[in-house]
Design a protein around this ligand. Structure first.
Ligand SMILES: *Cc1c(COP(=O)(O)O)cnc(C)c1O
Length: 385
């Protein structure tokens, strides 16, 4: 059974993720500035990339975000039931049987084919409602959407459905962080879509394309709205974009020393004894493991900050625990351990973990499981001018 976050938090487990809302705010304002006058959609799919769907959405609403984007219907319903009033677009594909719930909860749908558009129209008519849709055009990602070459026909078709309100038209970039050439091709294809749309719709819908990588590399293509996720959480989509913007990481992952001992030289540590102590040393045990989302791939290569210094994670990462070789450091039971984030003058970044494990940045915070309580903090870092 999943441990509800409320219990996880109440019971004050030594391991928790710290979510810095001041950093989030800072990143949001940076996105606002980059977007110029365009609207901003804050993406909160997958539990706000592991940062907490409701808490982050409330924060976005407090920041007057224009739109909230989620992946699936259920995420949108959770937000409506929690009292979020901001327009919500569900980015994923829609199954016919979900349409009624979309309309009941006032959620905007992605129409990615003629078939689903007419299905939405039919169900909306039966409920005597108008469905608000964003038409998805595929300009090269080949995931969902109507191929750009058939976009004009699709738009005319959707525009003619009486119970649809076409509020937006969008596409998604496949390689905005790695392939500027192809990205330009996608942007140009979308510009043609906009041209045809202008002849079909009056007033014209909201056109939106850029994700975080797109906004960092092609801020001149914001159109009417940008759809940013990862950068709001203070990360970049891939290490190639590191250092381009002053983003502040939002999540830290922290724990405590629960056990320590001296181990003699040439002792094996953890499952399969993959690590052997070189000398007599101090082995510290931390109550976090892959069951919390701490990657197994950090076995024998991760690091932990204790007392402001780095120590190696030794041996296999277990489900609930890891061991750290703290050498001759003065370590106390109950002392704070930072697995991701700042401690003293040092910082373990998500990017660093990605370099060690081959993960992409998205995976790391999203990977934290429901038994890791989240602690929301606001700190006093002053927003730079
Ligand atoms: C997830 C998603 C985004 C946000 O992507 P980031 O890289 O996190 O900024 C934007 N648009 C769509 C359609 C998405 O699925």
């Amino acid at each position: 059974m999943e441990i509800p976050r409320e219990i996880a938090l109440r019971e004050r487990r030594p391991t928790y993720s710290e979510i810095n809302l001041t950093a989030f705010r800072h990143n949001f304002q940076l996105v606002r500035r980059l977007a110029g006058g365009a609207k901003v959609m804050g993406i909160v799919k997958a539990d706000a990339y592991g940062h907490g769907l409701l808490e982050i959405s409330r924060e976005l609403e407090a920041l007057n975000v224009d739109y909230i984007g989620v992946g699936f219907l259920e995420e949108g319903i959770a937000l409506r039931e929690a009292g979020i009033n901001t327009p919500i677009l569900v980015l994923g594909g829609v199954a016919g049987y979900q349409i009624n719930s979309f309309l009941e909860y006032n959620l905007e749908l992605t129409a990615s084919s003629k078939f689903i558009a007419s299905e939405i129209d039919r169900r909306a008519r039966r409920m005597d409602k108008k469905a608000i849709v964003h038409l998805k055009i595929d300009t090269g990602m080949n995931r969902i959407g109507v191929n750009y070459q058939r976009a004009a026909d699709f738009m005319r078709f959707a525009g003619g459905l009486a119970n649809l309100i076409v509020k937006g038209i969008y596409t998604h970039l496949a390689a905005a962080d790695s392939d500027p050439e192809f990205t330009k091709l996608q942007l140009n294809r979308f510009k043609d879509v906009i041209k045809s749309a202008s002849a079909i719709f009056s007033p014209t819908p909201i056109f939106h394309v850029l994700n975080s990588a797109g906004l960092i590399n092609f801020p001149e293509y914001c159109f009417d709205m940008v759809r940013t996720g990862i950068m709001l959480y203070g990360m970049v989509p891939s290490n190639s974009l590191l250092g381009r913007l002053d983003l502040k990481p939002v999540m830290s992952l922290k724990s405590e020393v629960v056990f320590l001992k001296r181990a003699a030289a040439d002792e094996g540590i953890s499952y399969d004894l993959t690590y052997r102590t070189k000398t007599d040393t101090q082995i510290v045990t931390i109550p976090i493991g892959y069951g919390d989302g701490y990657p197994v791939r950090l076995s024998d290569c991760g690091q932990a900050l204790i007392g402001g210094k780095r120590y190696p994670v030794v041996g296999r990462v277990c489900m609930d625990q890891i061991m750290v070789d703290a050498g001759d450091a003065m370590v106390r039971i109950g002392e704070e351990v930072t697995l991701i984030g700042k401690q003293g003058d040092d910082c373990i970044t998500v990017e660093e973990i990605c370099s060690l494990t081959g993960a992409i940045p998205y995976e790391i915070p999203i990977g934290t499981t429901s038994r890791v309580p989240r602690l929301y903090i606001k700190d006093t870092i002053t927003d730079e001018k």
